[in-house]
Design a protein around this ligand. Structure first.
Ligand SMILES: [Zn+2]
Length: 311
């Protein structure tokens, strides 16, 4: 089975020093590519460096709405330079946020920074990974005025309504699903998933965030995660269903909702996302893996992309 993690943050300071191990474990589990999204000027170099070290990493550069206030006066010219020196890169993470965290950041500033980056993605003919929380009306309006997007945009961790799907997909949107989908009522998620065109479905982890809700013994945990209870954090590398008998006993009756909120998500948990989305779509895991992988390969096959140079 081949999988493509369409959106994650392996450069995140919480897991950066463990990234080589996380990538190795996840590649072993069948994940061939990770779209690693920068969030601010501060981490673009880390993303670029990670992409140079790991053939599986697709670099993405962008200013995330939560980091809009920290941008320097030269942020946009720096961003453009990164794209000039990194032809393999896509755009992301960019977006709009009117949620509890986003409300603290001036919305007009968010809109300005988002629009500029969306226009750049269109000009560069690259996909852009978009974060949208409680701002779908604004998102649609801006996408209509800048778009359409023949090179695709990714609405990452999509939790919007079924009703928004046709308008967004008409503009070129792909819909990427993470463990956050498990926070939506299953009936609502199912209704929404069923209207997403099959050629626009992607899977992602958003690691180190979005730990899927699942039995503990079906999850990969990040070694040394400070939020884990001691008996879970002390072990070498956590892999599901391969522990000793006593590990399995410990895990048997528990699921991830018993863990602290800040527990880190391992990118190999894309398998749990695959299982969940496949069950809601009444597809087999194999069918959804194949479909979502094919979609991601098509989307990330822009000029300069690693996907093309690999072939
Ligand atoms: Zn993200």
């Amino acid at each position: 089975m081949k999988l493509f993690d369409a959106h994650c943050h392996l450069q995140d300071p919480r897991i950066f020093h463990k990234a080589p191990q996380l990538i190795a474990t996840t590649v072993n589990s069948g994940v061939l590519h990770f779209a690693v999204n920068g969030v601010s000027e501060e981490d673009w170099n880390l993303v670029k460096d990670m992409s140079e070290r790991h053939p599986s990493v697709i670099p993405c550069f962008g200013v995330h709405p939560w980091f809009v206030q920290e941008r320097t006066p030269n942020w946009f010219s720096t961003l453009k330079e990164f794209f000039e020196t990194t032809p393999a890169a896509a755009v992301g993470e960019i977006g709009l946020d009117k949620g509890s965290k986003g409300r603290e950041i001036d919305f007009m500033d968010q809109v300005g920074v988002f629009r500029q980056q969306l226009e750049l993605a269109k000009e560069l003919k690259r996909p852009a990974s978009i974060h949208c929380v409680r701002a779908f009306g604004d998102l649609l309006e801006i996408m209509k005025s800048v778009g359409p997007f023949p090179d695709g945009v990714i609405i990452h961790s999509y939790l919007g309504s079924a009703e928004m799907v046709p308008e967004l997909s008409k503009l070129g949107a792909y819909f990427s699903f993470s463990g956050f989908l498990m926070s939506m009522k299953a009936q609502k998620a199912k209704k929404m998933l069923k209207v997403v065109p099959s050629e626009r479905i992607l899977l992602e982890t958003d690691a180190p965030d979005a730990l899927p809700k699942a039995e503990l013994n079906s999850l990969f945990l990040v070694d040394g995660d400070p939020s884990l209870p001691q008996e879970l954090s002390a072990k070498e590398e956590h892999s599901p269903n391969v522990g000793s008998a006593s590990d399995n006993q410990f895990h048997a009756s528990k699921d991830s909702s018993t863990l602290p909120r800040e527990t880190l998500n391992h990118p190999a948990n894309i398998h749990n996302v695959l299982d969940y989305v496949a069950s809601l779509l009444d597809m087999t895991k194999e069918e959804l893996a194949e479909l979502s992988y094919r979609n991601a390969i098509r989307l990330f096959s822009y000029e300069g992309s690693k996907i093309l140079t690999e072939k």
